[in-house]
Ligand binder design. Structure first.
Ligand SMILES: [Zn+2]
Length: 248
């Protein structure tokens, strides 16, 4: 397919591990789309996300211990100041953990066969944000030593942190392994391959690098369906990718 457009291969652009080639069962040379790689990468991100969440919750626990007088770290700081620092640190570790968790779910999506499990896994960060901020709010409100003003300040700060953590952890555009598989099938059906194209700032991916939809864009990106999904491009262009009936 001859095209005058500048096509950017994002695999090369991102300098990912050198291209691997292999042979299929007919001895034909194919570019390996390493399925295990995405699983591995997703797993790494998930482990790192869980570690960040644990560190975040440890800061909350430290705050509660200082509030209840079990520990007396940084005794030159008032309890209120210490609690606010703990809440901020809690948030600073919690949110990156959630972002990493969501990224992992777009690299290696969960199956949506069980809808409840799918929702819970995708929004695990939102569920855990309650654990990361609600106990400290309860501890402050039930504390007998803090005056009303101090209680209000800390509660408001923690409630705002809970809101930020909860919303930023929520995946508004979750993808499932079935959705990705179906998209790959559709692309395979048209082109016999796995390559798709997209324009910068677009939400759609295309099979045809000369699709009329690209008339306005100088540059077209090239990558696999998985790479498109990872970048948040989950809508197929229906001009160049006809809908495929899912056979049961
Ligand atoms: Zn198109």
């Amino acid at each position: 397919m001859a095209t005058k457009k500048k096509i950017v291969d994002i695999t090369k652009e991102e300098k990912k591990s050198s291209e691997k080639f292999g042979k299929d069962s007919h001895g034909k040379i194919i570019k390996l789309e390493d399925k295990g790689d995405n699983k591995e990468r997703g797993k790494k991100y998930r482990i790192f996300a869980i570690l960040l969440w644990i560190v975040a919750i440890i800061f909350e626990v430290i705050g509660i211990l200082r509030l209840s007088g079990v520990i007396n770290w940084f005794s030159n700081l008032s309890v209120v100041t210490f609690l606010i620092i703990c809440i901020v640190l809690d948030l600073l570790f919690f949110v990156p953990g959630s972002l990493l968790w969501k990224k992992a779910n777009h690299i290696d999506p969960f199956s949506e066969k069980d809808k409840t499990k799918f929702w819970m896994l995708n929004n695990l960060g939102t569920i855990l944000s309650v654990l990361a901020f609600l106990p400290i709010i309860i501890a402050v409100l039930t504390n007998k030593d803090l005056d009303k003003k101090d209680k209000t300040i800390v509660t408001v700060v923690a409630a705002i942190a809970l809101l930020i953590a909860g919303v930023s952890s929520y995946d508004f555009n979750p993808i499932s392994s079935e959705q990705l598989e179906h998209a790959e099938k559709e692309v395979m059906n048209v082109s016999g391959g796995n390559t798709v194209y997209w324009a910068p700032h677009s939400k759609k991916y295309h099979v045809d690098p000369d699709c009329p939809a690209f008339s306005q864009s100088e540059t077209v990106y090239e990558g696999t369906v998985k790479q498109a999904f990872e970048k948040g491009l989950t809508d197929p262009c229906r001009r160049c990718i006809p809908e495929l009936e899912e056979e049961e």
